[in-house]
Write a protein that binds this ligand. Structure first.
Ligand code: IPE
Ligand code: IPE
Ligand code: MG
Length: 250
């Protein structure tokens, strides 16, 4: 992979053996990026897809094991229909062009979120992506589409109660049993959460899974987010001490 001098420079500061295994991203700021250019919001979303293409490639190159991208929240249904329709055309567009490369690079596509609430065309595109990459053993690329963490937790509780009533599981529920009912079952929790676009909030993303993630915020709008920002986030992550409630250095 061809890197720019600035990217090389930051990459040299990074310990390649301590790349965060799971990186989650709240891809925010597309609308403001467009507005500042006098363009419709859709132009920001379109440019945002270009960022997704490169971030996925580069994450894979860096050896990130799981990349989770927040693409559409359960709250985003409150946007104007025209914007929702445009956003719903993007997964298909992305997968149409990228699927061959994802397959070749051993990337496994997954969906976190409620597929039932998605238009048929999106479900079909995603299902095709899931099927084509199901056997891949490399980076997991998790698209959070129609995802809300509170909805995820409530659904997990409902499924758990059902299984308890049917005697499928023991009544002694612990953290691990519960986590197995979340969309992220089987995946490690995010080590690093990146939010672009300048807001310092979680916006109903992975509330359970982010319990001990390192948070990294940048004012950079998602369409402007590039390799050097991801490298900087990883470099900063590596400077932090994850204490998990213990005393420093223990
Ligand atoms: C992120 O950009 C994309 C989605 C939430 C779908 P926004 O559309 O939220 O852009 P801003 O925050 O309005 O700039
Ligand atoms: C979060 O961004 C959701 C996604 C990036 C898909 P929003 O733009 O919807 O979040 P708020 O409204 O600023 O909290
Ligand atoms: Mg936003």
């Amino acid at each position: 992979m061809q890197l720019k001098p600035r990217e090389e420079e930051i990459l040299r500061k990074i310990d390649r053996r301590r790349i965060p295994a799971h990186v989650a991203m709240i891809m925010d700021g597309n609308g403001r990026w467009a507005r500042e250019r006098g363009l419709p919001r859709s132009a920001g979303h379109r440019q945002g897809v270009e960022t997704v293409r490169d971030v996925v490639r580069f994450s894979n190159y860096l050896g990130i094991k799981v990349l989770t991208l927040f693409a559409f929240s359960t709250e985003n249904w409150h946007r104007p229909a025209q914007e929702i329709n445009f956003l719903m055309s993007l997964p298909e567009q992305y997968l149409q062009t990228e699927l061959p490369e994802l397959v070749k690079n051993n990337v496994r596509v997954q969906l976190i979120g409620d597929p039932e609430g998605l238009p048929g065309q999106v479900r079909r595109a995603i299902n095709e992506g899931l099927a084509a990459t199901a056997k891949n053993s490399g980076m997991v690329l998790n698209f959070a589409l129609n995802y809300g963490a509170r909805m995820e937790i409530v659904r997990a509780v409902q499924a758990l109660i059902r299984d308890l009533q049917q005697g499928k599981i023991e009544p002694s529920v612990n953290e691990a049993t519960f986590a197995a009912y979340l969309y992220t079952a089987g995946l490690p929790d995010p080590d690093l959460l990146i939010r672009t676009g300048g807001e310092h909030r979680i916006s109903n993303f992975l509330l359970w899974q982010l319990a001990y993630s390192e948070l990294w915020f940048t004012p950079v709008y998602w369409p402007d987010f590039c390799r050097q920002h991801l490298l900087q986030a990883i470099s900063d992550f590596q400077q932090r001490e994850r204490r998990y409630g213990k005393i420093s250095g223990e």
